[in-house]
Design a protein around this ligand. Structure first.
Ligand code: AMP
Ligand code: GLY
Length: 430
C-alpha cells in the first residue's frame, strides 16, 4: 500500500517508523517531513496546511491512505478535501475537528453529555469579560477559543494578569480571530495525564496512557511548551482509574458523537486532570499527541497500518491492540530560547553514537546541503528508550541524549521523575 503522512515533526516521525514495520506497506511518503523522516519516507516539499497541494499530490500518486498528523490541516478540512477525491483518510473531518479547533464547542459538548470537566463561561465581548473578572477566583484560567499553537491558555494569578491576557486576546488580537471568543474556566487541581484513543463508527479504544511534561524547565517551571518529554505508561494510572475513565468519559463521549451526528474517525486525544473528585477532561485534541506518540507507539506491538485501515472501515471493534509491557521514556532536545525565539541551522553531532535500539525522532531538523543535519525548529529531537522498568528506560534515554550535541541545546533532566523522585527508587540517572 502507498501511504502519505501529513506533517513534519516528531509525532510524524514516530508514525512513519511504526508504519515501516507493516508488511502491507509498499511506499511511504511524508509532506513535508524533515531530515530524520527522510530516512524512513520519501519527503515531499508541500506544507501540511497546503490543502490543495496535498490533495492534488495524493490524488496524482493514487495514495491508498493519507494519515494527517497536525491539528491545523484537520481544522482546515483536509480530510473532507481528500474524501471528496475518493481518497481514504485517517483523521477526523472538519466538523469533528471543532473538538480541538473551538474550546467553546468542546465545552458545550462535554456539558451536554454529562462528561466531567471544569465549570466554564464564555465571552465574546471584552468589556463584559473585564466587568466579570471580580467574580472569578485565582488563578483564573483564560482560553482563546480557537487554535493558537498551544499558546492560547493563560493561568492568570492576579486580576492585573487577567486583564493583560484579555487585552492580548480580545484587544490586540495576538491570536487573530482565535481570541475573539474567550472561555473562562474553573482551575482544576490534580495530576495531568494524556489518554490517546482510536475512534471509528463502531467503538472507542484507548491506547496505553502517557504523561507529558509541558513546562520548559525542571520542576515544572518556566513557560508552557509543546511538550519537553513524555513517558508511558503513566504512573498515576491504575486499573480502577482506567475503568472510571472508560465509564465516565469514554462511553459518554462516544455516545455523544452518535447523538450529535459527529462521524468521528481517527485519534481522539483526551487531556485529563485526575482530581480528588475523579478524572475530568481538560481538553480534546483531534490527533496523536506530540511527544506522547513518541512514547506510546514504540510500545505498540500490533500493525499500525492495519489499525488505521480498520478505523477507515469501521472495523476497529474487531481489532486486537497488543502492547509491550516495556516502559518508554522520551526526552526532547530543544533549541536554546525555546519556547521563545531561538536560532536555527545549528549543526547536530552525535546522532550516529546512539544505541541501535534507542529511537531518535526528528522534530525540527533539516539537511545542511553537505551531508550534515542542522536544527530547524524549537523542538529539535526526541530520544525514546524502552526498558524492562521505568527507571531503566529513563536511564537509557538520558545516557543517549547526552551523546547528542548542538549549540544551545537544552533538555529537562527530570523527565520520568514523579514530583522530583524516581518512582522505581532505582537507577534514575540523576
Ligand atoms: P489546553 O491547551 O486546554 O490543554 O491547556 C494547556 C494547559 O493548561 C493544560 O495542559 C493544563 O496544564 C492547563 N489547564 C488548562 N485548563 C485548565 C484548568 N481548567 N484547570 C487547571 N489547569 C488547566
Ligand atoms: N503534547 C500535547 C499535545 O500534543 O497537544
Amino acid at each position: 500500500m502507498k501511504v502519505l503522512i501529513v506533517g513534519g515533526g516528531g509525532r510524524e516521525h514516530a508514525i512513519a517508523r511504526k508504519l515501516r514495520q507493516s508488511p502491507k506497506l509498499s511506499e511511504l511518503y511524508c509532506a513535508p517531513g524533515n531530515a530524520g523522516i527522510a530516512a524512513d519516507a520519501v519527503c515531499v516539499d508541500i506544507a501540511a496546511d497546503d490543502i490543495g497541494g496535498i490533495a492534488a499530490f495524493a490524488e496524482e500518486k493514487s495514495m491508498d491512505l493519507v494519515v494527517i498528523g497536525p491539528e491545523l490541516p484537520l481544522a482546515m478540512g483536509l480530510t473532507d478535501a481528500l474524501a471528496e477525491r475518493g481518497l481514504r483518510v485517517f483523521g477526523p473531518d472538519r466538523s469533528c475537528a471543532r473538538l480541538e479547533a473551538s474550546k467553546s464547542f468542546t465545552k458545550s459538548f462535554l456539558e451536554r453529555h454529562g462528561i466531567p470537566t471544569a465549570k466554564y463561561m464564555e465571552f465574546d465581548d471584552k468589556a463584559e469579560l473585564l466587568e466579570h473578572i471580580g467574580q472569578f477566583g485565582f488563578p483564573m484560567v483564560l482560553k482563546a477559543d480557537g487554535l493558537a499553537a498551544g499558546k492560547g491558555v493563560v493561568m492568570a494569578e492576579t486580576p492585573a494578569a487577567a486583564e493583560a491576557a484579555i487585552e492580548d486576546m480580545m484587544g490586540r488580537r495576538v491570536f487573530g480571530a482565535a481570541g475573539d471568543r474567550v472561555v473562562v474556566e474553573e482551575c482544576l487541581v490534580g495530576t495531568e495525564a494524556s489518554m490517546l484513543c482510536f475512534v471509528d463508527g463502531s467503538t472507542i479504544v484507548p491506547m496505553e496512557s502517557a504523561q507529558d511534561y509541558k513546562r520548559a524547565f525542571d520542576g515544572d517551571r518556566g513557560p508552557n511548551t509543546g511538550g519537553m518529554g513524555c513517558y508511558s505508561p503513566s504512573l498515576v494510572f491504575s486499573d480502577a482509574l482506567e475503568d472510571e475513565i472508560r465509564e465516565r468519559i469514554l462511553a459518554p463521549t462516544f455516545e455523544g458523537f452518535k447523538a450529535d451526528g459527529l462521524d468521528y474517525r481517527g485519534v481522539l486525544f483526551i487531556g485529563l486532570m485526575i482530581t480528588e473528585d475523579g478524572p475530568k477532561v481538560i481538553e480534546f485534541n483531534n490527533r496523536f499527541g506530540d511527544p506522547e506518540t513518541q512514547a506510546v507507539l514504540p510500545r505498540l506491538e500490533s500493525d499500525l497500518l492495519e489499525i488505521f485501515l480498520a478505523v477507515t472501515e469501521d472495523r476497529l471493534a474487531e481489532q486486537e491492540l497488543r502492547w509491550s509491557d516495556r516502559r518508554a521514556v522520551c526526552v526532547v532536545l530543544a533549541s536554546g530560547g525555546y519556547p521563545g525565539s531561538y536560532g536555527k541551522g545549528k549543526p547536530i553531532s552525535g546522532l550516529d553514537s546512539v544505541d541501535g535500539d534507542v529511537a531518535v525522532y526528528h522534530a525540527g531538523t533539516a539537511f545542511d546541503g553537505q551531508g550534515g543535519t542542522v536544527s530547524a525548529g524549537g523542538r529539535v529531537l526526541g530520544v525514546t528508550a524502552l526498558g524492562e522498568s521505568h527507571g531503566e528506560a529513563r536511564a537509557r534515554a538520558y545516557a543517549n541524549v547526552e551523546r547528542i550535541r548542538f549549540e544551545g541545546a537544552h533538555y529537562r533532566r527530570d523527565i520520568g521523575l514523579l514530583g522530583g523522585f524516581d518512582p522505581d527508587g532505582g537507577t534514575g540517572g540523576e
